[in-house]
Design a binder for this molecule. Structure first.
Ligand SMILES: *Cc1c(COP(=O)(O)O)cnc(C)c1O
Length: 349
């Protein structure tokens, strides 16, 4: 971003003026002493979840902040990153007026959220090697371009974007740059979180849904400047991360070594798959990947998808995405699952 950056100029007027709802659990914060809670109309009989959850998720945030080397003021947690992304739209994009930029082929939720929030989505296709086209991206911006979504490593292509191109976009774009790092734990690249101090217009999102193996509990992480986080905090639903999720997430994030073991195993299995896939004559191209999936171009994606389905294997046909004609996206499974995939591929004709 050029010149002096002022987040308050980007915030929607209604959000700037909003006085947030203050929940019971926001007004009184326990200091650990025995208190009688008669403030939130809860059922008093203890079953583990009869109380409202901590609206600021303090314990979980403290641990996540420590692991990421940031302050808790740099974090907002959501009901999956999908909620985090929606909050970003609602905080900064005025319906029917503002616009965003996405770089297809990419994660489908940005477009859906733009539609739901009545925001124009300007699509600037990636280059043939799936990198952002910096000049074309910047040419498509105007006064009302609030957000630019960069998914790196990118879904469904699997590659991470070049550092230089992301830096160029961060330097030149006057709105907020959202870097979606759902797959960062599978990549050798460092997270962009370390750049938060240098770029006040940077938002990094992460999730427990992929490497952490917790897609079912829905926990998304947003890292940004304390000013951006304060804006998002103002509009988030008070109890957006439920008690069971906070508890399970805390347990899992503490199991750092177990998670790393699983990631290493997935990376090993990915390597093995990358070795055998070129042997199939219907495989036309295998794209480089920094994620827990492999994008493969085949002779006829619809045909191969159906054949695999017939053998009990569900993959994702990504052919409708631009630049992805006849591609299948294969998630790396366990050794046993991958063996089944290979056997099924061997039996295709
Ligand atoms: C899977 C995925 C997410 C995760 O979303 P959650 O709502 O946290 O499960 C986010 N971004 C991308 C690009 C993904 O592929």
């Amino acid at each position: 971003m050029k010149g002096k950056f002022n987040i308050h100029e980007l915030v929607r007027e209604s959000v700037r003026e909003l006085r947030p709802y203050s929940s019971a659990r926001d007004e009184y914060v326990s200091d650990g002493s025995e208190m009688v809670f008669l403030d939130a109309n809860e059922n008093p009989f203890n079953n583990g979840v009869n109380r409202y959850p901590d609206p600021q998720q303090r314990n979980l945030k403290a641990l996540l902040a420590e692991q990421r080397g940031v302050a808790t003021e740099n974090l907002l947690l959501g009901n999956g990153s999908d909620e985090v992304l929606d909050l970003i739209f609602r905080a900064f994009c005025e319906p029917k007026t503002d616009n965003i930029i996405t770089l297809p082929p990419t994660y489908g939720m940005y477009k859906v959220l733009a539609e739901v929030n009545d925001i124009e989505n300007r699509e600037v296709f990636l280059t043939p090697d799936f990198e952002p086209d910096v000049d074309r991206t910047l040419k498509n911006t105007d006064q009302n371009t609030k957000l630019l979504f960069l998914c790196s490593p990118n879904n469904p292509t699997g590659n991470r974007f070049s550092k230089k191109r992301i830096t160029d976009l961060l330097d030149s774009f006057n709105g907020l740059v959202v870097i979606d790092e759902a797959y960062i734990d599978f990549s050798e690249a460092e997270s962009w979180i370390v750049q938060l101090r240098d770029y006040p217009n940077l938002i990094v999102t992460q999730t427990l849904s992929k490497a952490y193996g917790m897609a079912g509990i829905r926990l998304g992480i947003c890292c940004a400047s304390p000013e951006i986080i304060a804006v998002l905090n103002k509009i988030k639903p008070p109890y957006n991360v439920n008690e069971l999720t906070q508890q399970r997430a805390l347990q899992q994030v503490l199991q750092k070594e177990a998670v790393q073991r699983e990631v290493r195993s997935i990376l090993y299995e990915r390597h093995e798959l990358m070795k055998v896939l070129p042997e199939f004559d219907f495989v036309v191209k295998i794209y480089p990947t920094d994620a827990n999936f492999i994008l493969v171009k085949v002779d006829d994606a619809h045909k191969r998808y159906s054949q695999l389905l017939g053998k009990g294997i569900v993959v994702r046909n990504r052919s409708t995405q631009p630049l992805c004609e006849n591609t299948l996206r294969l998630t790396v499974g366990t050794q046993e699952e991958n063996k089944k995939l290979i056997e099924a591929l061997e039996s295709l004709n």
